[in-house]
Design a protein around this ligand. Structure first.
Ligand SMILES: Cc1ncc(C[n+]2csc(CCOP(=O)(O)OP(=O)(O)O)c2C)c(N)n1
Ligand SMILES: CC(=O)[C@@H](O)[C@H](O)COP(=O)(O)O
Ligand SMILES: [Mg+2]
Length: 635
């Protein structure tokens, strides 16, 4: 059936195993078109997937997946992989409640042997599979595909360092597109670039090609393959070979004719782990992506023809923009302020800061552990480092926060963006835990902004704290549209505020749940129940005087936070219990995120806020008071 699209005939990788190179090339073209069309209707990560279309086809053609293990690092590039592995019919449910995850996910398919989303985990996981197979006497291959950006994280080196002593079954595909989200940084990136552009590589390429072109056709391919090999030997990935790997490359990751035989040869190497250095282009094959600075790393829904994205317009600035703008204002006044990002300049708003203060901005790559201790070093030597790391990615550097910052009481300022639920990225990216893990640390000042004006004040407050660490959390997305002062005044540390006076119920909100808490008070008032609304502002130190007064003067206390169990509500309970404030029978409810991971399987909290809206707050108060909410409380 020559005109039937090959993609219609491929439901699983096994269907490609009889294909020849031209068919594989055609399949890749169709897969690229399908990926573009699908993502245009869902939004999501585009550039990375487009860059690995040929690689995806070749890997599934050469390796016997799912028996052979294929692990994608980060997993944001896995959409073509999902289309080829039995999920084409669901690819347009991507990143939606009940739909496919935007990353690889074990529960979704046997072709996803390991989940991802946080970078640089693939080689460690792959080594685990290798060791398990060695233990079981199984000889299947294990393949980890890791990007050049993800190779900047320490975890990748920990695994590379351990590989040659652990297994001979591992194939690492280094997907080098010379991009992270932003252009890559660091020595490894420079080393890889040298491998690809080095004189020996170019000469050999010319030499190899010139020989190949003068040979009769049947021998031409063999010579070309020899050239690829030769280049690997001459240019050599010395660094990787010193770690015990057989280095092959650099190889053109879009040239199916070379890619397939080289992967077959890599699969046949059994005396040591192999690393195949594949050179690809992020955004390959879609002009709007190829011409975009970030290669359309992440996109909203878009028009395929024009590439025009349909982004929602808001009249309030994003919290990220407020952070970037405020920090610039402060840095003009204080030359000791420096900023650190871990490969997320645009996501954190430090791209703006970097334009204003290039010499005072550090992008350390995907290296959160290093970012934190690097910031600690800066603080120890008198600078004011602002370490801007998403709440979820700060988890990667937590020991460094404890060991290098908090124990030494160094004044590192942590700007924790994407705190709380983040929507489509799901559980791996939700900033659910920072209240608990940062609030547990002695000496930490932990703030949560209720709106963008509060964020500006908390930045000012943090910059004034020179004797201990401080952190301020704020959500993904736009503010509420409140006025931001030209230069916000710092807050009094450990002081909350009463926003609305009432008598029976006290709603104690932390962070951006304040708006819903005020709506809940209105709903309660409509039911004849008077409510006070307080904004805690600090999860640490707590405003003990205010909280104890609320407990004394009200029949019922409700705490609300967009964070997991073991956070603000727990801290308040421990304060009240410690002071005997519960002995008099105070009715108390602590509202926090449900004790589940929020993702496509548990969409309850992916988009809503997990039972933390006005009707939930009001219903909790009525339930505590024993007033049956005869009908759902409409805020
Ligand atoms: C620990 C961690 N930090 C930051 C991120 C955010 N992030 C997602 S993809 C990416 C860039 C990855 O670059 P690379 O590995 O080269 O993959 P490419 O997008 O180029 O295919 C970053 C920084 C992350 N997913 N995990
Ligand atoms: C894949 C990855 O980890 C990043 O691209 C992340 O999805 C960015 O999140 P934001 O879209 O919230 O910046
Ligand atoms: Mg890359």
């Amino acid at each position: 059936m020559p005109d039937t699209p090959l993609l219609d005939q491929v439901h699983f990788p096994a269907d490609t195993r009889g294909f020849d190179i031209p068919q594989l090339r055609r399949l890749a073209d169709e897969l690229r078109a399908e990926t573009i069309d699908a993502v245009s209707t869902t939004g999501g990560h585009l550039g990375a997937g487009l860059g690995v279309v040929e690689l995806t086809v070749a890997l599934h053609h050469v390796f016997e997946t799912p028996k052979d293990i294929l692990i994608w690092d980060v997993g944001h590039q896995c959409y073509p992989h999902k289309i080829l592995t039995g999920r084409r019919d669901r690819i347009r449910t991507l990143r939606q409640p009940g739909g496919l995850s935007g990353f690889t996910k074990r529960s979704e398919s046997e072709y996803d042997p390991f989940g991802a989303a946080h970078a640089s985990t693939s080689i460690s996981a792959a080594l685990g599979f290798c060791a398990a197979r060695d233990q079981k006497g199984e000889s299947n291959k294990v393949v980890a595909v890791i990007g050049d950006g993800s190779m900047s994280a320490g975890m990748a080196y920990e695994a590379m360092n351990n590989a040659a002593e652990t297994t001979k079954q591992l194939v690492v595909i280094l997907n080098d597109n010379d991009m992270s989200i932003a252009p890559p940084v660091g020595g490894m990136s420079a080393y890889l670039a040298k491998q690809v552009s080095g004189g020996a590589y170019r000469n050999f390429r010319r030499f190899g090609k010139s020989v190949a072109e003068h040979l009769p056709r049947p021998f031409r391919n063999a010579a070309r393959k020899a050239e690829e090999y030769a280049r690997g030997m001459i240019v050599g990935g010395t660094f990787f070979e010193e770690l015990g790997f057989y280095y092959v490359g650099p190889v053109d990751g879009h040239d199916m004719e070379n890619l397939v035989p080289i992967l077959k040869n890599a699969a046949a190497i059994t005396d040591r782990p192999v690393i195949v250095h594949v050179v690809t282009q992020k955004g390959k094959g879609y002009a709007p992506a190829e011409s975009s600075a970030d290669k359309l790393h992440a996109v909203a829904k878009f028009d395929v023809v024009s590439g025009q994205q349909s982004k929602s317009i808001s009249n309030a600035p994003s919290y990220t923009k407020v952070f970037g703008t405020e920090l610039i204002k402060r840095a003009h006044l204080d030359p000791s302020i420096v900023a650190i990002t871990a490969a997320m300049p645009s996501g954190t708003g430090l791209d703006l800061f970097g334009q204003a203060f290039p010499e005072r901005t550090y992008d350390v790559g995907i290296a959160e552990q290093h970012a934190v201790t690097f910031a600690a070093g800066l603080a120890a030597d008198g600078m004011k480092p602002v370490c801007a790391i998403y709440s979820t990615f700060l988890q990667r550097g937590y020991d460094q926060v404890v060991h290098d910052v908090a124990i030494q009481s160094l004044p590192v300022r942590f700007a924790m963006d994407r705190a709380g639920l983040v929507g489509a990225d799901g559980a791996t990216h939700a900033g659910s835990f920072d209240i608990g893990f940062m609030g547990a640390l002695p000496g930490m000042v932990l703030m949560a902004a209720a709106d963008e004006a509060d964020l500006a004040a908390m930045i000012a407050t943090s910059l004034e704290i020179d004797d201990r660490p401080s952190a301020f959390r704020y959500p993904r997305g736009d503010g509420v549209g409140v006025e931001i002062p030209e230069l916000a005044a710092p807050l009094e540390i450990g002081k909350g505020r009463i926003v609305r006076e009432g008598t029976t119920v006290a709603i104690l909100s932390l962070g951006t749940r304040l708006q819903e808490s005020l709506k809940a008070a209105d709903a309660l008032a409509a039911r004849g129940v008077s409510a006070t609304v307080a904004d805690a502002r600090f999860a640490k130190p707590l405003d003990a005087d205010m909280i104890l007064r609320l407990a004394r003067e009200h029949e019922c206390l409700i705490t609300v936070e967009e964070g997991a169990m073991g956070g603000f509500g727990a801290f308040v309970l421990q304060l009240l219990a410690g002071k005997g404030a519960l002995d008099a029978g105070l009715k108390i409810r602590t509202l926090c995120l449900p004790d589940v991971f929020q993702d496509q399987d548990n969409p309850v909290a992916m988009y809503a806020t997990a039972g933390l809206n006005a009707e939930h707050i009001a219903a909790a108060a009525l339930q505590a008071l024993g007033v049956e909410a005869t009908r759902a409380v409409r805020a």
